[in-house]
Design a protein. Structure first.
Length: 119
């Protein structure tokens, strides 16, 4: 499975972005997928995770109510709709996927897309 993340950019605080993560290869083998973000010098931070077929979705407290994670299995794509963006949402966003909802079992990672939120 290969993952391609896109959709990042620079927005002002309060703005919105939608990230996409397209899975290719054996996308049918994906059970769960997630979004993480990372700022240079800091640990990778969990953002959201969901079962690929939409059975359940989970969010970090810092993004709950502002971000929405979804999938379109017909397009083998996971989305992260980010609204009411804050400067602290700045970072490189990575998508990950695997056979279970566990950071230790996400065997596939995208290359990351930069999100910058200005004051």
């Amino acid at each position: 499975v290969q993952l391609q993340a896109s959709g990042g950019g620079t927005v002002e605080a309060g703005g919105s972005l939608r990230l996409s993560c397209v899975a290719s290869g054996r996308a049918g083998s994906i059970t769960a997928a997630a979004w993480f973000r990372q700022v240079p010098g800091q640990a990778r931070q969990f953002v959201s995770a969901m079962y690929w077929r939409g059975e359940a979705t989970y969010y970090a407290n810092s993004v709950k109510g502002r971000f929405t994670c979804s999938t379109d299995t017909a397009k083998n794509t996971m989305y992260l709709q980010m609204n009411s963006l804050r400067p602290e949402d700045t970072g490189v966003y990575y998508c990950a996927a695997g056979s279970a909802m566990s950071v230790d079992l996400y065997g596939f990672w995208g290359q990351g897309t930069q999100v910058t939120v200005s004051d």
